[in-house]
Design a protein around this ligand. Structure first.
Ligand SMILES: *[C@@H]1O[C@H](CO)[C@@H](O)[C@H](O)[C@H]1NC(C)=O
Ligand SMILES: *[C@@H]1O[C@H](CO)[C@@H](O)[C@H](O)[C@H]1NC(C)=O
Ligand SMILES: *[C@@H]1O[C@H](CO)[C@@H](O)[C@H](O)[C@H]1NC(C)=O
Length: 270
């Protein structure tokens, strides 16, 4: 009987762990939040292998956020897996503060839009009225401007930075989410989703990514299967297998126990 119990426990644990480990469910931070799946992941809600390093998202009060060490948390409005576009919103409502501080070069991301070099100036006096100061970075004594990098530095100004950004400041772009789009690329996954594939790890051990396609892959990658929406199907099947195995083991064990008991009874009778 002990061997039987061990067998049951071992198989239940093995199958359950396997099912939990390999399953990469798509999650959301709120009902209408973006779907979070590979290469993104929410730490604590999806296993480590479900996401790529640098693609960790956090759920904070039903809001999807991404944290950049060089800037801080930004709100994720949407994720387009087809176009590899992350649309973000600055919780402080100051897109140019993000441009000025966020350094995408240390991250897997870069700006989605075409970039042009602009210079940020910090001036102690107001410049010509034809230039608009970045209101969220300016106050009554300091006036911050974005100018063409060829702009002649006025006497009252200090140059903060010349960096490639999607656009210079305009008071008409009131919607602060405009322009705050990032894109990413994973080796081997260029245009993967738009070709009907799904970007996944090629192997669970390494961080090598690839783009297997079900229709063309004879090998039919298990990792692919488990990372996609089919993952929940697999989980159901594994749970089913688990229940069946347990039932069969119990049956076998009881039959053996009955046999042993019967044998003992027979011995007693003799
Ligand atoms: C998050 O959403 C749930 C369900 O919609 C709601 O009950 C809860 O109050 C929300 N929490 C916050 C912090 O907004
Ligand atoms: C911006 O300027 C740097 C340094 O001059 C240059 O290497 C880079 O290519 C420029 N970027 C763009 C988008 O023009
Ligand atoms: C502009 O300069 C002032 C004075 O040095 C400083 O307090 C302020 O933080 C600067 N603004 C930016 C955006 O760097």
């Amino acid at each position: 009987m002990d061997a039987c119990m061990f067998y049951i426990l071992f198989f239940s644990m093995f199958l359950t762990i396997k099912a939990l480990e390999s399953n990469c469910p798509t999650v959301k931070c709120s009902h209408d939040g973006p779907d979070i799946r590979f290469p993104f992941r929410v730490a604590g809600r999806q296993p480590q292998h479900c996401g790529q390093p640098g693609f960790d998202l956090v759920c904070k009060e039903n809001t999807t956020m991404i944290d950049f060490p060089s800037y801080g948390p930004l709100v994720v409005i949407s994720i387009s897996y087809d176009f590899r576009k992350l649309s973000l919103l600055d919780p402080k409502n100051c897109v140019h503060e993000v441009f000025l501080n966020l350094n995408p070069s240390g991250t897997p991301f870069r700006y989605y839009y075409l970039l042009k070099n602009f210079t940020y100036l910090n001036c102690s006096t107001r410049l010509s009225p034809s230039l608009n100061e970045v209101s969220c970075l300016s106050d009554s004594r300091n006036h911050v401007y974005t100018v063409e990098s060829s702009f002649h530095l006025p006497f009252s100004c200090r140059q903060l930075k010349t960096i490639p950004i999607p656009f210079s400041y305009s008071p008409y772009l009131a919607d602060n989410s405009f322009g705050l789009g990032l894109t990413w690329s994973l080796p081997g996954c260029e245009d993967c989703e738009s070709r009907g594939g799904s970007c996944v790890f090629q192997s669970k051990e390494g961080l090598k990514t690839g783009c297997p396609r079900i229709a063309q892959d004879k090998g039919f990658s298990v990792v692919h299967l488990l990372s996609s929406g089919t993952g929940s199907m697999i989980l159901i099947i594994l749970v089913f297998i688990f229940v069946m195995t347990t039932m069969i083991s119990i049956k076998v064990c009881f039959r053996q126990k009955l046999k042993v008991d019967k044998a003992a009874e027979n011995e007693n009778l003799l």
